[in-house]
Design a protein around this ligand. Structure first.
Ligand code: Z5A
Length: 215
């Protein structure tokens, strides 16, 4: 395991099914890193740029209009290309730590598995848009689909993803778990079924251990 040079930028991503507590986790991790003198740049996908936020609006459309999986995937990667170009790569080049709410693991999970496009097609776009860039560490918040959906709450005006059935989110969850099992060095699964304080404490411990192992 190679040590992290002090001036190296890092990309840390947080993933999970709906209602897993990513936003709660991200805030806790950002505070934790800031207290250790490593204030991260916090961003999200889809989003993080004006183009990305506009694409997010299209993707999370509430009108109920259908969109084919290929169009959805290409929009996500278009937003990602802009996000990498304008925000993520410049921050990494400055030696900053970037904390991102979802990234390409979400595309494998939601489009590859949820929409059944398959991992291979996502991998082609990942290589094309990202080159060799991959997250340094990915924290996968895992919990039963029904528990996550209950936390997120029944929204009166659901977006295109919130309209999906539990079976869609079961495929999403399984994809995260399978890919994490295949890449345990980068993807760490955290049991997110406990209360928020317990989950945040577990996240801080995983992050600290990961950093310590590379110091
Ligand atoms: N998407 C995609 O399809 N492909 C891609 O490549 C990318 C994204 C990048 C928007 O993502 C959609 O984009 C997403 C997939 C798609 N759709 N879905 N599903 P998003 O991340 O913005 O939206 P989200 O997944 O729906 O997030 P969320 O519902 O806002 O949940 P969250 O951020 O994971 O959780 P939270 O806001 O921190 O917590 C939810 C509630 O639970 C809240 O009331 C908390 O106070 C509470 N909570 C949090 N933690 C706990 C614990 N531990 N116990 C009890 N209650 C808790």
């Amino acid at each position: 395991m190679t040590a992290i040079p002090p001036d190296k930028g890092l990309l840390i991503t947080v993933e999970g099914v709906e209602g897993a507590g990513k936003t709660t986790a991200l805030n806790a991790l950002a505070e934790h890193l800031t207290a250790r003198g490593r204030a991260p740049l916090v961003t999200r996908e889809p989003g993080g740029t004006s183009l990305g936020e506009a694409v997010r609006g299209v993707l999370l459309d509430h009108s109920g209009d259908a969109m084919c999986g290929e169009a959805e995937t290409l929009l996500i990667f278009a937003a990602r290309a802009e996000h990498l170009d304008k925000v993520v790569r410049p921050a990494l080049a400055r030696g900053e730590w970037v904390l991102c709410d979802r990234f390409t693991d979400a595309t494998y999970a939601y489009q590859g598995a949820g929409r059944r496009l398959g991992n291979d097609r996502i991998a082609v776009l990942e290589d094309w848009v990202q080159g060799s860039l991959r997250p340094d560490l990915t924290l996968v918040l895992d919990l039963p689909v029904t528990q996550g959906r209950a936390r997120a709450g029944a929204r009166s005006d659901p977006d295109r993803f919130e309209r999906e059935q539990d079976t869609f989110f079961e495929r999403v969850r399984q994809n995260y778990l399978e890919r994490a099992a295949a890449d345990p060095e980068r993807m760490r699964v955290i049991d997110a079924s406990a209360d928020a304080a317990t989950v945040c404490q577990a996240l801080r411990a995983v992050l600290d251990d990961w950093v310590k192992a590379r110091s």
